[in-house]
Design a protein around this ligand. Structure first.
Ligand SMILES: NC(=O)c1ccc[n+]([C@@H]2O[C@H](COP(=O)([O-])OP(=O)(O)OC[C@H]3O[C@@H](n4cnc5c(N)ncnc54)[C@H](OP(=O)(O)O)[C@@H]3O)[C@@H](O)[C@H]2O)c1
Length: 266
């Protein structure tokens, strides 16, 4: 008999790492994946010792086309049954769209979009035959916000992921599989440093920043309960409500004051 596991992409830091801790606390065995082998090795040991669960890891760069299949083959050859797939890996490109190379944009779309689709595609058949599966897609409040003048493709790819998550629900809910699009607002992680927008993040008021632990906990509860959408924290649920009802001219004005990191330094 196969052991049941949760697979988490981008598990080496931030929201992904806290999702791993939250699932471990609930007794899930884990497969962690990211590019940083040293961190994954260390974290696997720490998490398995602390929660007395099985943890394995596989290093993988999701900008490479073959990575999702390699991850799937690793799980199959080790007899790991993935009942929960967490698509979390991501980053931002801080450079203006006209200054980036097409290769940079393609890598970005692959990590935040195509890899999510490819991983869902390879793991779904086993979930269908088991009659159970939980998929989480870590999207963003940016999916609902007006376009940013930096990170031009970030909002659009997150909107696409929300729609993809909806499509998974439409097609597979009746087979016991649910997909949860998790849309966090500003979360304190390595994201802003590694995406070159830490100065802009520093200007965001404190009441709009939340810890990765808090976001992960809400995300895991919603996913295990089979919710379609999870916007963690009341603050961001209210913001998303405003984003849906206010005209975009009013939103741009509000956002340029409270979230200057989303706008170019003109
Ligand atoms: N922080 C926020 O304010 C915020 C808000 C809304 C949504 N989000 C979303 O939350 C998700 C997690 O971000 P985070 O804030 O936790 O950032 P983070 O701390 O920088 O974590 C990003 C994770 O993605 C992995 N990753 C990056 N590029 C990768 C690649 N090419 N292949 C495989 N793994 C890769 C990183 O690991 P390695 O470097 O080891 O590969 C790391 O584990 C992202 O999808 C992001 O868009 C973040």
């Amino acid at each position: 008999m196969k052991d049941s596991y949760a697979l988490i992409t981008g598990a080496s830091s931030g929201i992904g790492l806290e999702i791993a801790n939250s699932l471990a606390k609930r007794g899930f065995n884990l497969i962690l994946t990211a590019r940083n082998e040293i961190k994954l090795k260390e974290l696997s040991k720490v998490i398995s010792d602390k929660h007395k669960i099985k943890v394995d890891f596989i290093c993988s760069d999701l900008s490479k086309v073959e990575s999702p299949q390699i991850i799937y083959n690793f799980c199959t050859s080790n007899n790991y049954q993935i009942d929960c797939l967490v698509n979390n890996a991501g980053y931002g490109i801080p450079t203006a769209f006209h200054e980036t190379s097409m290769e940079d944009e393609e890598d970005f779309i692959r990590v935040l979009g195509i890899a999510v689709i490819a991983l869902s595609k390879v793991f779904l058949p086993n979930m269908i035959s088991n009659g159970y599966g939980r998929i989480m897609i870590v999207s963003s409040v940016a999916a609902f916000a007006p376009p940013s003048t930096i990170q031009a493709l970030y909002g659009p790819i997150k909107t696409f992921m929300n729609r993809f998550s909806d499509a998974l629900n439409t097609n597979y809910n009746h087979k016991g599989i649910t997909s949860t699009a998790v849309c966090p607002g500003f979360t304190v992680t390595n994201f802003h440093q590694s995406s070159g927008v830490q100065n802009e993040m520093d200007k965001v008021p404190g009441f709009m920043k939340f810890s990765a632990k808090r976001i992960a906990e809400e995300a895991v509860i919603a996913t295990l309960n089979g919710k379609n959408l999870c916007v963690p924290t009341k603050t961001y649920r209210f913001l998303v409500f405003l984003l849906k009802i206010l005209p975009s001219s009013a939103l741009a004005l509000i956002e340029s004051n409270v979230a200057p990191g989303r706008y170019d330094k003109k």
